[in-house]
Design a protein around this ligand. Structure first.
Ligand code: AMP
Ligand code: GLY
Length: 426
């Protein structure tokens, strides 16, 4: 099989690595890929926002499956363009991808499917006064969210009315999220611990990968600004077998059914961002793709053939027997550039990448190769990831941190507490 992976982050490096292990694979391409995917695939400099070019490339290279990593090309309809040209793709249509690109669409699906989520109200920019009046009467804390895509930054948790009033001005008047914030969702603040669940689906049937936990804030103990994700671990012991069943039956299945019923059949990975509250799991958000950095810890725990799994889903009948959980665990620590998630510098040489350890995978994200050297080229630079055979997260954490200490670049920063939240379950 010839496969094309779209994207250039740590998630796409992890997807390419998992696919590269398949016996079914003939040739693997990444567009654009990164210096990490270069070692396992052929990187192609395609302009992925030009769908015609991508279709052309697939036709002339006999691509049997396209795997789309990030949300933007999905929301832009790349899978629709590929399907119109009879090219098989793992990733939802742009209509189905609205589960991520429009929070009001996602809420409507959840309400109609009776899926537990935070109570909410919708407001648009022409309802400024109504919004302020509503917030004056609300209970705090409260959560304000831009309806559209905002690179994971469109959520503001407000502790009191003055904070909420300022946030509404930022959305509607200062337009800090552009048109993504012309409509907002105001929702109940949910208390609990978060987890990410990934369902690989053919639109109806699905298989869930190991549940994972992300670390969204920049600082230890979940302090400071939100980021794309500073580390992850899997499996998350917070999600017991009983809870997993509840999530599959009460959240994933009804959401997929409702998407299909409304003509928005979802083929790809449905990502449920959950809050495990006292009254059970509730959906914070859905994404239309695999998570980053959760993919980096979830895929190495698959025993079997990941390519067969996603190929079967893309073809319309997900092969549930193509994979199983290995019994191991994994911890990914993200090394970021000083200043991230705000302004940061790029172009620093990365040392220590020649590290070899059978329990370590160094995923590339914001890196670039220049004159034979690997340089920093983004906010999240690397994902240093341990994978071990036993389900001992304490050991997996120790191995990951031993490895990251051997890697360096100017201004390198990483959190020191990735996976600590799991230790209370020991
Ligand atoms: P999102 O971009 O929707 O994932 O939201 C970013 C972060 O905001 C989440 O990971 C949560 O930590 C927090 N968050 C979002 N919605 C809620 C909510 N209703 N209650 C509490 N925290 C929330
Ligand atoms: N890990 C968060 C995300 O992928 O959206």
């Amino acid at each position: 099989m010839n496969v094309l992976v779209i994207g250039s982050g740590g998630r796409e490096h992890a997807i390419a690595l998992a696919i590269s292990k398949s016996k079914k694979l003939k040739k693997l391409y990444c567009a654009p890929g990164n210096p990490g995917t270069k070692n396992i695939a052929q990187n192609i400099s395609l302009n992925i926002s030009n769908h015609k070019d991508v279709v052309e490339f697939c036709k002339s290279n006999n691509i049997n499956l396209v795997v789309i990593g990030p949300e933007q090309p999905l929301v832009d309809g790349l899978s629709d363009s590929l399907r119109e040209n009879s090219i098989l793709v793992f990733g939802p249509s742009s209509n189905a991808a609205r589960i991520e690109s429009s929070k009001s669409f996602a809420k409507e699906i959840m309400v109609n499917a009776d899926v537990p989520t935070a109570a909410y109200q919708e407001f648009s920019a022409d309802q400024f006064d109504d919004t302020i009046n509503y917030l004056r009467e609300s209970k705090y804390p409260i959560v304000l969210k831009a309806d559209g895509l905002a690179a994971g930054k469109g959520v503001i948790i407000c502790e009191d009315f003055p904070e909420a009033e300022k946030a509404v001005k930022d959305f509607f008047v200062n337009k800090i999220f552009g048109s993504s914030g012309d409509k907002i969702i105001i929702e109940e603040f949910l208390k609990g611990e978060e987890a990410s669940v990934f369902a690989i689906t053919d639109g109806e049937d699905f298989v869930c990968l190991s549940p994972a936990q992300d670390h969204k804030r920049i600082g230890d103990n979940d302090t400071g600004k939100n980021t794309g994700g500073m580390g992850a671990y899997a499996p998350a012991p917070l999600i017991t077998e009983e809870l997993q069943q509840k999530i599959e039956k009460g959240i994933i299945a009804p959401t997929l059914n409702e998407l299909k019923r409304t003509g928005n059949e979802f083929i790809g990975c449905l990502y449920a961002g959950l809050m495990i509250t006292e009254s059970g799991p509730k959906v914070i958000e859905f994404n239309c793709r695999l998570g980053d950095p959760e993919t980096q810890v979830v895929l190495p725990l698959i025993e079997g053939d990941f390519l067969e799994l996603i190929y079967s889903a893309a073809k319309g009948k997900v092969d549930k027997n193509s994979i199983k959980y290995s019994g191991g665990c994994s911890v990914c620590v993200v090394a970021s550039s000083a200043g991230y998630p705000d302004k940061y510098e790029k172009g620093f040489e990365i040392n220590g990448l020649d590290l070899t350890d059978e329990n370590i995978i160094i995923y590339h994200a914001g890196t670039i190769e220049k004159n034979g050297k690997i340089l920093t080229n983004g906010g999240r630079v690397l994902g240093v990831t341990s994978v071990i055979n036993s389900n001992d997260l304490i050991t997996a954490k120790r191995i990951a941190y031993m490895a990251i200490e051997k890697i360096s670049f100017k201004g390198m920063y990483y959190r020191k507490d990735i996976s600590d939240k799991a230790f209370k379950f020991n």
